[in-house]
Design a protein around this ligand. Structure first.
Ligand SMILES: NC(=O)c1ccc[n+]([C@@H]2O[C@H](COP(=O)([O-])OP(=O)(O)OC[C@H]3O[C@@H](n4cnc5c(N)ncnc54)[C@H](O)[C@@H]3O)[C@@H](O)[C@H]2O)c1
Ligand SMILES: [Fe+2]
Length: 381
């Protein structure tokens, strides 16, 4: 057995954990930081709550509050100009994956030359980044602990990823209280994103014993608790479990990568702006049925992790996970592609673009064809 597994951030977890922010900030001795968030986080009162904590640290503050869902290169460049002009020495990002990913990307440009599009791919960031404290408000992308930033290149109409250990947040504050105000559709979509991370990392051809362990445990926790938080958003025990499940899963996919579900979801978001988790969830069951041909045993192990025993007939049991995920999507209100406004006429172009996605390299079933993707899109329609 031989493998590499990277972890970096100092993580503070628990209700009220935001109270640790002043101490963490003081530890860095920074003169000025940029606080990054979006409208939804502001409307929920979370941005103001974080601002209070930053004020306690007596650190100079610049605010960037124009994060958008599925952030683009343009917004990254806009924020980077402000951060450089203001001479910021570190970042606090509070929000979902969009806010945290944007802060990671802006951070790249603080210490590395050129434009952000040059850093797409793996290990392209040459210089270390500034301190970044990530405070997630969804559960979630796990962006708070991953080495990934996902951005849209509006000119190329693609969603691309920067994967680099240098962009990982220095500190993470996971306060489940901050996920309480998520609208139910965001709760469902972000939870399904986390479940997608668990299953795709488990079957990834980069999986190792340590990532597999995290994927299985993450899936078990997320699968059990997602229906509970969708049913009752004030169930804080379940919200807490969702946040824990995301962290466990994040360690897995940050090291094992993802696959065909994310290839399709990125393409859907680049073309039609679908929320990331909704795009993943719409195709997840069908991609898992497709992948079952390549990794039947792993599909059965994933089904076992969510308490579904098989009939000892591997040919049938390899589809148990896909069936369970289809039922879960229905239960938590995931919309089909047609309900999400994706026109059938676009399927041809979408399928061609999916085949160009680098993340396909990690999918267990190789040799994915345009016809394969078209069949999955039709099932998800
Ligand atoms: N870096 C990674 O490892 C990684 C992994 C998966 C996905 N992503 C990326 O993350 C982005 C998606 O992030 P997301 O799914 O967390 O959603 P998001 O950050 O786009 O937020 C979605 C919406 O929910 C609102 N919101 C978030 N938290 C809230 C709260 N607590 N209360 C009220 N409203 C709240 C936001 O304001 C926004 O309107 C995508 O761009 C995706 O590609 C990154
Ligand atoms: Fe994702």
């Amino acid at each position: 057995m031989s493998f590499q597994f990277f972890v970096k951030s100092n993580l503070v977890f628990g209700r009220g954990a935001a109270g640790k922010l002043p101490e963490l900030l003081k530890g860095y001795g920074l003169k000025k930081i940029m606080l990054v968030y979006d409208n939804g986080v502001k409307a929920a009162g979370i941005a103001d709550r974080i601002r209070e904590e930053i004020d306690k640290a007596g650190v100079g503050l610049t605010i960037f509050d124009r994060v958008i869902p599925n952030p683009t290169n343009e917004v990254v460049e806009e924020a980077a100009v402000i951060a450089k002009n203001e001479g910021v020495e570190g970042f606090v990002a509070v929000g979902g994956g969009s806010s945290i990913d944007l802060a990671k990307a802006v951070n790249v440009l603080m210490t590395n030359p050129g434009s952000i599009g040059e850093y797409g791919g793996m290990n392209m960031v040459k210089n270390d980044c500034l301190p970044l404290i990530a405070i997630p408000t969804t559960a979630g992308t796990s962006s708070e602990i991953t080495n990934v930033s996902a951005l849209i290149d509006t000119e190329k109409v693609i969603k691309y990823v920067i994967i680099d250990n240098r962009i990982v947040a220095s500190d993470v504050i996971c306060d489940p209280e901050f996920t309480r105000t998520m609208p139910v559709s965001v709760t469902a979509a972000t939870g399904m994103d986390a479940i997608t991370h668990a299953v795709e990392s488990y079957i990834s051809n980069m999986a190792t014993p340590l990532t597999e362990y995290n994927s299985l445990k993450g899936l078990e926790i997320l699968y059990k608790n997602l229906p509970l938080v969708v049913k009752d958003g004030s169930d804080m025990d379940a919200r807490e479990q969702m946040m824990l499940g995301c962290i466990i899963t994040g360690f897995a996919f940050s090291n094992a990568n993802l696959g065909l579900v994310h290839a399709i979801a990125h393409t859907l978001s680049a073309h039609f702006g679908l929320p990331h988790g909704m795009a993943n969830a719409a195709v997840l069951p069908y991609v898992m049925a497709y992948n079952a041909e390549a990794v039947p045993e792993k599909m059965i192990e994933l089904a076992r992790a969510i308490g579904i025993g098989g009939n000892s007939d591997a040919d049938k049991d390899k589809y148990l996970l896909a069936d369970a995920l289809k039922a879960l999507c229905k239960e938590v209100g995931i919309r089909t592609l047609s309900e999400q406004g994706v026109p059938e006429e676009a399927f041809d172009r979408l399928a061609e673009d999916v085949l160009k996605e680098p993340v396909l390299n990690f999918n267990p079933r190789q040799g994915v064809t345009k016809e394969d993707v078209l069949a999955i899109l039709k099932e998800a329609y």
